[in-house]
Ligand binder design. Sequence first.
Ligand SMILES: NC(=O)c1ccc[n+]([C@@H]2O[C@H](COP(=O)([O-])OP(=O)(O)OC[C@H]3O[C@@H](n4cnc5c(N)ncnc54)[C@H](OP(=O)(O)O)[C@@H]3O)[C@@H](O)[C@H]2O)c1
Length: 281
Amino acid sequence: MNKWLLEGKVCLITGASSGIGLETAVGLAAAGARVVMLCRDEARGEAARQEIMKRGSSAAVDLLLADLASQTQVYQLISQFRLAYHRLDVLILNAAVITKERQETEDGFEMQFAVNHLNQFLLARRLLDRLISSAPSRIIAVSSEMHHYGRIPLDEFSHSQRYHPLRTYANTKLANVMCTFAFARRLSGIGVTANCVYPGQARTNLLRELPGWVQKMSWVTAVSPEEAARSPLYLAASPDVGDISGAYFEGKEPAQAASHAHDESLQDRLYQLCLDLTPVR
Ligand SMILES: NC(=O)c1ccc[n+]([C@@H]2O[C@H](COP(=O)([O-])OP(=O)(O)OC[C@H]3O[C@@H](n4cnc5c(N)ncnc54)[C@H](OP(=O)(O)O)[C@@H]3O)[C@@H](O)[C@H]2O)c1
């Protein structure tokens, strides 16, 4: 990565306390960016910040705290960000969770839907003006090949009837892809790109709540978080992809997203639903 590429750029990344997010943040810092980490836990966030500064050889790493399960905290975080930073060049929506049992957030949403998708949609939506005024700028959503198995249950995102951790996760990852495509269409021609990426199977904490054998199986072919971070980093910093928007990448290569992810009418209905579920406060 050429250091000059992100010199002077502000990059906000969610879920930077571990795994792929932490490694992406190290790469952003090493590329000269001012890295703004969004984490939910102060101790884990601060430990990660120290590691990112050390390994990225940079002091320009800041920590903001918010639990993405809470819209109140996301709105507070947005206000804090707006006060502290006058530009936003790269927004990486990376945080995710897989809960074994169905959980509900304080706002009454199913946990994975809220954390993996809805409240990060809210973050992106409410920072669009900063991205636009900082253009050329980029949104990168870290999704998964699991999105191929997802569906968009517009009427039943609460998953109250048929909760299954991985099916629900797949739905949230499909929602990431579809809203990224919807953002790309809305931002077309104004210098803000929106792409999503499957970083590959990586040995991270993501499956920690699931039975040990699930993690063992998935780790057989998994790579290190550092290796997986190369693709979000590439989308964040490489001039090769500066003009690409509305694409799904696997690693560093554009790939076929699920055919149903390209349904623009469904994208728009999902986008509108997400707007309706994140009313201005
Ligand atoms: N690992 C894989 O094989 C794989 C494959 C495909 C896609 N992905 C995608 O890669 C991305 C990163 O996941 P990972 O594998 O690196 O998993 P990870 O190590 O578990 O990292 C997830 C990050 O999200 C944060 N997070 C979770 N819930 C949060 C909340 N309520 N509020 C704020 N932050 C929260 C975690 O913070 P804490 O430290 O506080 O828990 C952590 O920093 C995800 O979008 C995932 O879907 C991963």
